[in-house]
Design a protein around this ligand. Structure first.
Ligand code: MEV
Length: 440
């Protein structure tokens, strides 16, 4: 077992790679070769990536693909997606094309409010704390003026600060529950800076508040941090069409197809095991665009899944209805996104993705990403209720299998043609390749 190392972050990149390859790899030289193979030849670009995080050794590539033909509120967009799963971009493109001649996607932003909290412990008379807070509130706004000044110029800032009594859940636990408008910024730094200032002012003012007893004066701030649960930062995306336009497959009539989609959504609404997979498919589309545009996919994931269980039961994020002869399919998603700041302007590909999307505002990006999620779900459900998911999935995966088996380009072409009409399995592809190799 290698011994622990101190001062690792102070080593040069080469020294870190040497240390890692020597201590943790089966083949020191090949480990070093793989790591270095992914260095960018443009040293400025490499340095930019090196500086995103600590202890960078190399780059980890994911493909960036494009799903064209998305008609969103009458604007035609090609959506950049960063994802490793082989069938996702193809599925998004198929769904975009399907809805293109049916009016496309319609979207509405329902709210853009972000949240942050100062969590604190107060031991004492609750009425006195309420009086203290009412006197404190203008001082809290005053104390954050320097921080909120430029955000206010852009139309954002702190929307409200309220005192929340959480003692029913945890002894002596209270919050400053704060809401924010951060316009085109995701706003994490802005919100956290404001919260830390609010916490400092809260403590100082409590300490000087004459009506408090010595114990009441000693408010203990536990932490100050934004919340990734943003149930009032929500966007809705929708598609609809007359049922007879739902000619998806020869094996199902349009009405049978519509009924099956509605059933599939109902199942995801009542059955958490299915809902998690249903929503995972939605996140295939959402995360791919979140990543392409340099946004924080962990924040989005956490917030979306909390939203899916907002009534205490984990449910589908999409809905489907048949009203008369109209099929409607929609999604509501909480998305705290930025189109300025963070990685959005530093990572050249994130910047390019935003340019390709016609430089959207954060609200516009919310709409695009909700559409990507809805499209992905429509594609997944369409496959699931008709042919099943594996047919398309394995066809897309065929290339990966052939690469893994070491097929030449000519063999890949030959076998891709052959498997157009055959079921793709790993062993069937391996057998077919073996035959090609023995007949060479
Ligand atoms: C696979 O990545 C996503 C699906 O499982 C989604 C779904 O089942 O709805 C196909």
């Amino acid at each position: 077992m290698p011994s622990p190392i101190s001062g690792f972050s102070k080593l040069t990149k080469e020294e870190k790679i040497d240390w890692l390859a020597t201590n943790y790899s089966a083949n020191t030289e090949s480990t070093k070769t793989i790591i270095k193979k992914y260095w960018n030849t443009d040293s400025n670009l490499q340095q930019l990536h090196d500086e995103f995080i600590e202890n960078t050794l190399t780059n980890f590539y994911l493909p960036l693909g494009i799903a064209p033909n998305f008609l969103i509120n009458n604007q035609l967009l090609a959506i950049p997606m960063v994802i490793e799963e082989s069938s996702v971009v193809a599925a998004a493109s198929r769904a975009a094309k399907f809805w293109l001649d049916k009016g496309g996607f319609k979207t509405t932003v329902l709210g853009t409010e972000k949240v942050g909290q100062v969590h604190f412990i107060y031991v004492g008379d609750t009425k006195k704390l309420t009086n203290f807070f009412n006197e404190l509130k203008p001082k809290l706004h005053e104390a954050t003026k320097n921080l909120t000044h430029s955000m206010e110029k852009r139309g954002g800032g702190i929307l409200d600060i309220s005192l929340r009594n959480k003692t029913a859940d945890l002894d002596n636990y209270f919050q400053l529950h704060c809401t924010f408008e951060t316009k085109d910024a995701m706003g994490a730094n802005f919100i956290n800076s404001c919260l830390e200032q609010l916490a400092t002012t809260l403590k100082e003012e409590a300490n000087n508040y004459e009506s408090f007893t010595p114990i009441e004066k000693k408010i203990e701030v536990v932490m100050s941090i934004l919340s990734n649960y943003v149930p009032n930062c929500v966007v809705r995306a929708e598609v609809s069409c007359p049922i007879d336009k739902l000619n998806v497959t020869a094996s199902l009539t349009p009405i049978a197809f519509a009924n099956k989609i509605v059933r599939a959504v109902q199942i995801a609404n009542v059955e958490p095991h299915r809902a998690v997979t249903h929503n995972k498919g939605i996140m295939n589309g959402v995360d791919a665009v979140v990543l392409a545009t340099g946004n924080d996919f962990r924040a989005i994931e956490a917030g979306v899944h909390a939203y899916a269980s907002k009534d205490g039961h984990y449910r589908s994020l999409t809905n489907a209805t048949i009203e008369g002869d109209i099929f409607r399919f929609w999604i509501e998603l909480p998305l705290a996104l930025g189109t300025v700041g963070g990685l959005t302007s530093i990572h050249p590909l994130a910047k390019l993705s935003l340019e390709l999307l016609q430089k959207p505002s954060a609200e516009e990006l919310m709409q695009i990403i909700a559409v990507a999620g809805l499209a992905q779900n429509f594609a997944a459900l369409s496959a699931l209720v008709t042919t099943g998911i594996q047919q398309g999935h394995m066809k897309m995966h065929l290339g990966n299998i052939l690469t893994q088996l070491g097929a030449t380009e000519a063999q890949k072409e030959q076998l891709t043609n052959r498997f157009k009409n055959e079921t793709v399995t790993h062993s069937a592809v391996a057998d077919a390749l073996k035959v090609l190799n023995t007949n060479k």
